[in-house]
Design a protein around this ligand. Sequence first.
Ligand code: FE2
Length: 411
Amino acid sequence: MLDQSQQPADVGLSPLNLTQASLAADIGALQRLAAKAQPVVSAEVSGPQGNVRPLTIVQDPSAWMASDFTNGSAPFIYQLSETDILELRTSVAAALDQGVPQEGNLLKLHEKLIGEADFPLPKLGPKLKAMRENLRSGRGFQLIRGVPVHDWSNRESVIAYFGIGLYLGKVNSQNRKGHLVGHIKDIGHDLSNPMTRLYATNGAQPFHCDMSDIVGLLCLKRAKQGGDSSWSSAISVHNELLKRGRQDLVEELAKDQWYLDRKGEIPAGKLPYYRIPIFNYHQGYLSVNYSATYYELAQRHPEVPRLTEKQKEALSYFNALARSDDLRMDWTLQPGDIQLLYNHTMLHNRTAFTDHEDYNERRHLLRLWVSPQGDRELPECYADLWGSITPGNRGGIIIPGEQPTVPIEAE
Ligand SMILES: [Fe+2]
């Protein structure tokens, strides 16, 4: 059951204002960071992931800096081969030939494509699994180029992307409607309403993690201008705070006192907000959960404790580091590009954009939220948002009574 009582008029803040306020605060935070920056003298080091000790600098491939990828090489890009593309075309055509149940805009794709055997990718499948391992134990991000979306209808692209998802893990619902493939498109949702989920607008999205182990975006159309992506390593943000002598902020961000708003997508029996630390040390792993504006939005609930000055300072520094040139990687997705990120170690954002007049030419991405088997253990606090902490069966937005479905077009 959804809580329908969340009215925007109760809030009085817009995401845009929150974002602008955050950006202004970040400038000051960066200036203070620069002024206070100290060389690492005695910071303790641990790692890799699996052997991380709390409050130590994590030495791990996921703790990268932007300069690690500015030497001309791009090891994070995989260009699909002719064989890969032929496999995708063949499996999409086979699924269509055999028939996919459809009601209006909605495909029951999950009833048709249940496992890898239902969408054979004999050469590409093992490569996708190798990329998945690099997400989890390597740098945490991957680009795939060359999906032939220009040859396909939206229905064909959706089927291909869902089929690719089968090789990454369990594909999860992303919203209150049970969408297993999400459409990132400006469909006119009100940007001034703080309850609006920004993927249905043309607004900027500040740095955050998604509610799944892995998030994948397949670009179908680019915006007329803007809509660019950035990534930062959340593990590097953690490390940089320690290197700058701000262990106090790392300790603050690891406390169980961070409340986030659910934006009205509330499973039965749950509160309209949830609580989870930003830095989670658990069984030798550092997993990060961060969604920039959701902390401020949760302040609309009177029973949620007010953000302290220390918390505001910690958020400001965190955001400033994530946005800094040293940590941030910028990328403009082209049609046919897939961006894969591991949410436990990566942060992502996007810039605002101007779209085309023609609705069919507007910026359009397809999103997957995936939970792979054998993933890292997470602390119990994730279950309040993710439904479960069982690897391979966690994450997403699960509203009891909602049936999973796959929309062909944005709705
Ligand atoms: Fe996201």
